[in-house]
Write a protein that binds this ligand. Structure first.
Ligand code: G6P
Length: 608
């Protein structure tokens, strides 16, 4: 995720901005830049790669600045490059931006018609020109308000202007910004750690708020330009806690980021009324989609579980046959590929060696390829014929959480795009299901409220040596992923199984008190899963049920029952995954495990 820092005061502003950027490095980034005001003129330095590269561009002159803004970019629109790095400038204005502007393409067209020249591929440059356009007619504050009223999407913006060289302006919508307040100096950043070494008295901006920072004054306005009173908060976090946004671990932070991450995956892809899916940028046309007759879904680890969920969705929603395989197996099979096939490689990092090999194997065999990927400019995204970015932000915890649920959402959107292209289901059906997608981020917030219950449950369970996770249909892969999460970070032996297959083996393990976790949707599998629960009950297993169905029968038969409010069976896979991630997290914590860096595991496996 991108990072922002801004400083105005008497100190060396560029040094403070550089220090701030270093504090934000943990968020992941691919380029960095700084803009500083010196004698009323903006000077900008920026480059692809690490902050070290940027440091070599800082000259003595820049060190004289008392006002500076800085940015670490994690590419979302346009590859990592010097040109695409922030700040972006227009007519004496420089700004940095976190977030995604959905309507940037139409704004870009409008501005180009008016003669504005673009030198980057970013959505951000549009904002710089838009503010400049308004600032030519009105003061900067008003220009910012006018410009952001034209933006659809999410943004945290920090702006400086040669015409008002004693100010920094910050404004936010769905992307965090925090102001640091000292008597004769002010800070603004995407996260507290950027300036925590200097200042711990802060104001958190809310959506639609604008902050005007001067050396000795801070004013906050609402989006209509009306001044607001805001509370100053003293931060007591340690620097390491601050990096994690106050959470104990990155994994927990990332679990809690899911409502935002999911919204960012959906953003700009699906029309809010559910009428249309936008996939022009994927390199797939309606015609190309219509021709697809077979899909291969290939991945490793958690991404493989997303593939398994994707199979249920694509086969049901678009009636296209799907084959799923683990990349390390797929790459060595001798597959008689069918004509008009599409291979979808799912990889959050875009660098997993086996997944890349599978992708290359398919390409070499003449099969079209798509990757669902979280990292812009990664190898998979460069090599595949088409890319669907999940935009869930960098994931630092080794065990994948938000990247996984975003992959599910991407597959759900893809399944509907395919179905629409093939005119398989009626428009009414699409609309219903696509509208439900927009409820998902809020429902994910509800699922996170189960955290206290899950913590209690973890206390009961953390000493158990073995676990069985069971589900049917689309919840079978949810069970696999639940078990994988627990085993990855708590080192407890856990197995996921198809509930209907359980009696062909795993049931032999069940004895008094053996914990069996059931994932049950309110769908056609409900009764069948109930029978499987009965089978475990008869053998005195300890039944923990996560369900979107609230029936008395289910509650009565379960030793512990967690109700997860659902939307539909497909999207419920996301909602069930959240409490299962939390369960793994709390169990691991109680067992004293290193949650963010489990033994023997790596975030990105670039070897075979
Ligand atoms: C490693 C990680 C997993 C991840 C898997 C696939 O094993 O520890 O969390 O699911 O790689 O990674 P990818 O980047 O291809 O999704």
């Amino acid at each position: 995720m991108c990072g922002i820092i801004g400083y105005i005061g008497n100190k060396n502003a560029v040094e403070i901005a550089m220090e701030g950027l270093k504090k934000l490095e943990y968020r992941g980034y691919d380029s960095a830049g700084i803009a500083a005001l010196i004698n009323g003129k903006i000077h900008t330095v920026k480059c692809k790669g690490k902050i070290k590269n940027l440091e070599s561009l800082i000259n003595e002159k820049l060190k004289k600045a008392k006002i500076a803004i800085g940015h670490t970019r994690w590419a979302t629109h346009g590859k990592p490059s010097d040109e695409n790095a922030h700040p972006h400038c227009s007519g004496g204005i420089a700004l940095v931006h976190n977030g995604i502007i959905e309507n940037y393409a139409e704004l870009k067209k409008e501005l180009e018609k008016e003669g504005y020249k673009f030198i980057s591929e970013t959505d951000t440059e549009v904002i710089a020109h838009l503010i400049k356009k308004y600032r030519d007619k009105m003061p900067l504050e008003k220009a910012v308000i006018n410009a952001v009223s034209r933006l659809k999407g999410s943004y945290a913006l920090v702006i400086i202007d040669e015409q008002q060289p004693e100010k920094i302006i910050g404004v936010r919508m769905e992307s965090p910004l925090v102001v640091g307040v000292m008597e004769d100096e002010k800070f603004i950043a995407s996260d507290v750690p950027a300036f925590l070494n200097y200042c711990n008295r802060v104001i958190f901006l809310e959506d639609g708020e604008m902050a005007i920072l001067e050396r000795d004054e801070i004013k906050i306005y609402d989006i209509k330009g009306k001044e607001k009173e805001k509370k100053l908060i003293s931060i007591t976090w340690t620097p390491s806690m601050a990096e994690k946004g106050g959470f104990k671990h990155f994994m927990l932070k990332e679990i809690y980021e899911q409502p935002r991450a999911l919204a960012d995956t959906i953003r700009g892809r699906v029309f809010p009324d559910g009428s249309k899916i936008n996939y022009d940028d994927l390199g797939l046309t309606q015609n190309k989609l219509n021709l697809i007759r077979k899909i291969y879904l290939v991945a490793c680890g958690t991404s493989y579980h997303a593939c398994l969920i994707g199979r249920y969705m694509i086969e049901k929603i678009a009636a296209v046959p799907v084959e799923v395989d683990i990349a390390s197996e797929f790459r060595y099979r001798e597959i008689p590929f069918e004509k008009d096939s599409l291979l979808i490689a799912i990889t959050q990092s875009g660098e997993t060696a086996d997944t890349l090999a599978a992708l290359r194997y398919a390409k070499k065999s003449g099969v079209k390829t798509l990757t669902i990927c979280n990292v812009l400019g990664s190898t998979a995204s460069r090599e595949a014929d088409a890319v669907f970015y999940t935009h869930s932000g960098p994931e630092i915890g080794v065990a994948s959480t938000k990247a996984f649920t975003s992959q599910i959402v991407a597959l759900y959107i893809f399944a509907f795009a395919l179905s629409m292209a093939k005119k398989y289901a009626s428009k009414i059906v699409y609309k219903k299901f696509l509208k439900e997608l927009f409820l998902l981020p809020r429902m994910a917030e509800e699922a996170l409220k189960l955290d206290d219950n899950i913590q209690q449950l973890a206390k009961e369970l953390y000493r158990k040596p073995n676990f069985l996770y069971l589900g049917r249909g689309v919840n079978y892969p949810v069970a696999l992923e639940g078990a994988l999460k627990l085993k990855e970070i708590s080192y407890i032996h856990a197995e996921g199984y198809a509930a209907g297959e359980m009696k062909h083996g795993p049931i032999a393990l069940v004895e008094e008190g053996f914990p069996v976790i059931f994932i049950v949707s309110n769908d056609l599998y409900l009764e069948k899963t109930l029978s499987n629960i009965e089978e475990i009950k008869a053998r005195d297993g300890f039944i923990i049920t996560f369900s979107s169905s609230n029936t008395d029968k289910l509650k009565k038969i379960s030793d512990r029952f967690i109700y997860v409010e659902g939307l539909n069976s497909y999207l419920d896979t996301v909602l069930f995954s959240i409490p299962l991630q939390l369960l793994a997290y709390h169990v691991a914590l109680l067992r004293g495990c290193d949650v963010d860096q489990p033994r023997n595991l790596a975030k990105s496996v670039t070897v075979e």
